[in-house]
Design a protein around this ligand. Structure first.
Ligand SMILES: Cc1cc2nc3c(=O)[nH]c(=O)nc-3n(C[C@H](O)[C@H](O)[C@H](O)COP(=O)(O)OP(=O)(O)OC[C@H]3O[C@@H](n4cnc5c(N)ncnc54)[C@H](O)[C@@H]3O)c2cc1C
Length: 479
């Protein structure tokens, strides 16, 4: 019998698993995808919001502000790229200035330091903003993070510390037993004392397996443009418009990899799994972003993508025990600002909710750190040369656009949550993320994965099981 089964390995499930791993508990994480962090946690703006915007007194406000404070140390421990670049919420019309002042008041209520800036002060910080700008709210504690490695490294840490992870396994049913639960999946049946529901957009479905529920979680899609690295200095902060009932609005921001991101839109989507983009919506994203930053070089767009916000009808995160069973704990319906909130949600769920149903005994030798990767792109030439002399595989570049070496790819394959697909490897190393979007490196990546796992090229998936890229050999027998 497991002590805890966590359903879902997005940022919330992975950080909860990491926190659970610090106690003497037998923990299983069940994830239906072929990789961790493959749903909403992969397709978002990647902003570590300061917390100026959520309605005071909500779970969103509480966990956003607490989570923001945890990010610097968390990212150091998990070797994740994080930069506290600050955000600017800009007013483009005189009528919007009182709204900026209202936001400043809300920030104070939430305990977030902000500063109102005049037009001249804003333009000095961000010369590429529209000359129409009338003022802005500066939130220095906002940041940007690499959301892919955050989830992977959090789960790697959890697995290194004893958590069991099952990928490609879907939870189909949960039955309450006299003591604990029976969790029925696509691959087996497990017994556990506690279930933590971290199923994101499917959190309502998982919760309704054990009791009737009076809320629903709907998908609200957000579509984006990604620009290549060459637009250096376009903006230095995260640039937001004023928020509305649809969310924080369409932002323009640097990413931790030196690209720029423009989006997201906000539209209801009946299909919770749909991540398609459409031209009219993207045209609207472009127009709204250009109103703030007219010189965005849209000729440097290298990718468009979409993600779905798990939006609960309760208008707040769904966090807490089930009505009639304190051992079934929900941490789902975590829409924005869920990425920034997730480390604080993990602390709360484990220390305040799991502790009510299980005796938590700290592990004596627990470490919350992963062993750091070699970051060749951050080394100078001499350091790189030295490194390559010791291990020549770091000198063989596989992805030319993002300068990713064979050595870095092999490092990832030796980790405890290794990539099994082309996309999983891309999320970890950035191979295939650049201008050619894998056009040149993808065949090599498939070959490296096939060799590592000792399988045929046609068995390597792009993403989910069944998404193989090579179908059969056109020249002789397949290798
Ligand atoms: C457009 C957009 C922009 C955003 N921008 C930001 C931002 O800038 N900053 C911020 O803080 N937040 C942002 N967010 C919100 C943030 O991305 C989410 O709050 C966060 O990723 C939610 O994480 P999660 O782990 O709850 O969900 P997910 O990442 O969706 O994880 C849930 C997991 O459960 C798995 N699962 C579901 N059902 C089952 C089952 N039956 N069996 C097994 N596994 C199952 C899924 O496969 C999935 O991997 C944004 C979201 C979107 C969509």
């Amino acid at each position: 019998m497991f002590d805890v089964i966590v359903v879902g390995a997005g940022c919330v499930g992975s950080l909860i698993a990491r926190k659970l791993s610090s106690y003497q508990l037998n923990v299983l994480v069940i994830e239906k995808e072929n990789d961790v962090g493959n749903a909403t946690s992969m397709a978002n703006s990647a902003i570590v919001h300061s917390g100026y915007d959520p309605v005071p007194g909500t779970l969103k406000a509480k966990f956003n502000v607490l989570g923001n404070k945890m990010y610097p140390e968390l990212c150091r421990d998990l070797d994740v790229h994080f930069e506290q670049i600050g955000s600017l919420t800009v007013a483009l019309y005189d009528e919007q200035l009182p709204m900026l002042s209202d936001l400043a008041k809300r920030s104070k209520e939430n305990g977030v330091d902000v500063k109102l800036l005049t037009r001249d002060e804003v333009l000095k910080l961000e010369p590429n903003l529209s000359s129409e700008v009338k003022g802005a709210l500066l939130a220095p504690s906002a940041g940007i993070v690499n959301p892919f490695t955050l989830v992977v490294h959090a789960m790697e840490n959890a697995v290194d510390q004893g958590v069991e992870l099952h990928l490609n396994e879907e939870v189909k049913d949960i039955k309450g037993l006299k003591e604990g639960f029976e969790v029925i999946t696509s691959r087996g049946t497990y017994q556990t004392k506690v279930v933590i529901n971290c199923a994101g957009i499917y959190g309502d479905k998982i919760h309704s397996l054990i009791e009737p529920i009076s809320y629903s979680i709907k998908a609200r899609k957000g579509q984006y443009f990604v620009l290549d690295h060459y637009a250096k200095g376009l903006v230095n902060h995260v640039i937001f418009p004023l928020p509305s009932e649809k969310g924080k609005g369409i932002l323009v921001s640097p990413t931790t990899s030196g690209n720029y991101i423009v989006g997201p839109s906000s539209e209801w989507c009946d299909d919770k799994d749909s991540v398609s983009c459409d031209k009219p919506t993207l045209d609207n994203v472009r127009a709204q972003a250009q109103a703030m930053v007219p010189s965005i070089p849209f000729n440097q767009v290298i990718r468009i993508f979409a993600g779905n916000r798990p939006t609960p009808s309760t208008h707040d995160f769904v966090i807490g025990p089930a009505k009639d069973n304190p051992a079934f704990i929900n941490a789902s319906g975590i829409e924005s600002p869920g990425l920034v909130s997730s480390p604080a949600i993990a602390e709360y769920v484990v220390d305040e909710l799991v502790s009510k149903v299980l005796t938590l005994v700290k592990k004596e030798n627990w470490s919350g750190k992963v062993s750091p990767r070699a970051h060749l792109s951050e080394m100078n030439e001499a350091q790189r040369d030295e490194f390559i002399k010791k291990n020549p595989s770091y000198g063989r570049i596989i992805c030319n656009c993002e300068k990713v070496s064979l050595g870095e790819i092999l490092d990832e394959l030796s980790r405890s949550v290794p990539p099994h697909s082309v996309k999983a490897l891309k999320k970890r190393t950035r191979a295939g993320f650049g201008k050619c979007q894998g056009g040149f490196c993808q065949p090599l990546v498939i070959q490296i994965l096939a060799e590592h796992y000792g399988v045929k090229l046609s068995e390597i998936n792009y993403d989910k099981l069944g998404s193989e890229i090579c179908k059969y050999s056109t020249k002789g027998e397949e290798k």
